[in-house]
Design a binder for this molecule. Structure first.
Ligand SMILES: Nc1ncnc2c1ncn2[C@@H]1O[C@H](COP(=O)(O)OP(=O)(O)OP(=O)(O)O)[C@@H](O)[C@H]1O
Ligand SMILES: [Mg+2]
Length: 465
């Protein structure tokens, strides 16, 4: 009896070992193929051909089939496949069947196989082998399934992001233009840990529909980006939109007359979008000073809570930017209303190196130790100021870095700050006719003064519980 038990244990062990080896070496896939081919021998098949051309015209079904078959997970296990990039998006690598390659698919419990068959006139056809017994039951639903999946892939690929802006005149309508901002998380000069945290926060948000439903919360995530002017808050919003493939709705509160205007604007936004309110602190201060404003604090809070958005779909990200958290009512940015606070500090040495690598293509330079020393002494400028110097001297990295050193030095002993203030004053005159221009510039001046005292603040993300 014990011999039989030992034998059983040995057989189980050998089977496990064999399975492990097959999986590790990838031999499991050709083996599965072989079993499926042997099984197929016991069925009678019908062959249906989908040619690339219908007389001289492109066959639409062939095109959709190409998209569908290239998306099948089983394609990844094939011995050899073509790797292609699409015209629209060069980062989008697609797999494709090679001539005479066969791929299996499973649908409603049936196994089907497709062969990419070259034709004599340099065109191709896909040939479907379907079991005769299954044809009546599955052929129609299978073709509809192929159409649906191909359409979905096509929509995803062709999706052109749009930027919606509040139309002038206060009639609460959005106007949209293609959103082509090139900013991505890769081009943002900020701490890499912070970037990774934000990316994984956004990724886990995307997957959390059921979770939000279960805990009874609106499926949205709110971010507060705060920091001095030119430190990348707006670029970061664009990077988020590109990362998530979301449209951007830029809410200009100065054009909103009352709470109901704000409500109807929000109701007109679509799911999978980022709703942005820039310079919230400045706008709130301006609203307060207005003699007659029908936009109330509770209206703004309801808007931020996104309660209204539940009736027209969820999956929204809301972003508020401001120069400093200190000047707004803490209740406005309390946990639950704003989930993640991200600080955008002035440029430090590590951000300078990212900018130099991005704008000038230099990762190391003999002037870097000098730059580091100046940063260590407390000098700093905004990313946009340093970026501008680099762009205007992009043909000579040494000149660019020297001009940054010069700007940091002048700023360090105070002359730069004065110069910048003068420059701001000139801008002030130019912009003062534009509603909030003066308030914005005063804010910029304020950040220039702060610049001298508070250079070395580090980037931080503070997710609220
Ligand atoms: N962290 C950064 N990384 C890379 N580029 C940056 C960064 N910060 C700013 N820039 C560059 O500086 C310019 C201005 O940045 P941006 O408009 O995003 O700043 P901001 O914080 O929104 O300023 P403001 O508060 O005045 O609106 C952009 O062209 C951007 O390319
Ligand atoms: Mg901005």
């Amino acid at each position: 009896m014990s011999i039989i038990w030992n034998l059983i244990i040995i057989i189980i062990f050998v089977l496990f070992l064999l399975r492990f080896i097959l999986i590790k070496t990838g031999l499991i896939y050709p083996l599965k193929e072989l079993t499926a081919t042997i099984q197929d021998c016991f069925y009678v098949h019908q062959y249906l051909k989908v040619p690339e051309f219908n007389e001289s015209q492109h066959n639409l079904l062939y095109r959709k089939l190409t998209l569908y078959l290239n998306s099948l997970p089983s394609l990844q296990h094939s011995d050899s496949i073509n790797l292609l990039t699409t015209f629209n998006n060069q980062n989008d690598v697609v797999l494709s069947l090679q001539p005479n390659q066969t791929i299996r698919d499973h649908f409603l419990g049936s196994t089907l196989s497709w062969k990419n068959q070259p034709e004599p006139n340099r065109t191709h056809s896909f040939v479907l082998a379907i079991r005769k017994a299954d044809k009546r039951r599955i052929l129609r639903p299978y073709l509809s399934h192929i159409h649906a999946i191909a359409d979905e892939i096509e929509n995803q690929r062709n999706r052109q992001l749009r930027l919606f802006i509040t139309a002038a005149g206060g009639n609460s309508r959005w106007r949209s233009i293609p959103f082509t901002h090139p900013s991505t998380f890769d081009t943002m000069a900020m701490e890499s840990d912070l970037k990774e945290k934000i990316k994984s926060d956004l990724e886990s948000f995307l997957k959390a529909k059921q979770y939000y439903r279960r805990i009874g919360r609106v499926w949205k995530r709110s971010f507060l980006l705060y920091g001095p002017s030119g430190t990348g808050k707006s670029s970061f919003v664009a990077a988020m939109a590109n990362f998530l493939s979301y449209d951007v709705y830029d809410v200009d509160l100065s054009k909103i007359r009352c709470d109901s205007d704000l409500r109807s604007l929000l109701l007109e936004t679509t799911p999978k979008s980022i709703v942005v309110v820039e310079d919230l602190d400045r706008l709130l201060a301006a609203e307060k000073s207005k003699a007659t404003s029908f936009l109330t604090m509770s209206g703004i809070q309801n808007f931020m809570d996104g309660i209204l958005s539940t009736c027209c779909g969820e999956e929204r990200v809301m972003v508020f930017t401001m120069s400093s958290k200190d000047r707004v009512d803490p209740n406005l940015i309390r946990p639950g209303r704003v989930d993640v606070h991200i600080q955008f500090p002035l440029c430090d040495f590590s951000a300078f190196k990212s900018l130099a690598s991005n704008y000038l293509g230099v990762r190391e330079h003999k002037l870097f130790p000098q730059v580091e020393e100046i940063f260590r002494q407390g000098a700093s400028l905004s990313h946009s100021e340093i970026g501008e110097l680099m762009i205007s001297n992009r043909n000579s990295p040494s000149r660019a870095i020297k001009s940054v050193i010069g700007a940091l030095r002048t700023d360090g002993d105070g002359r730069g700050t004065e110069e910048m203030i003068q420059r701001q004053r000139r801008d002030d005159v130019d912009e003062s006719h534009e509603g909030f221009g003066r308030v914005k510039d005063l804010r910029r001046l304020y950040s220039m003064f702060k610049l001298r005292n508070n250079r070395r603040s580090r980037a931080s993300i503070s997710p609220l519980p």
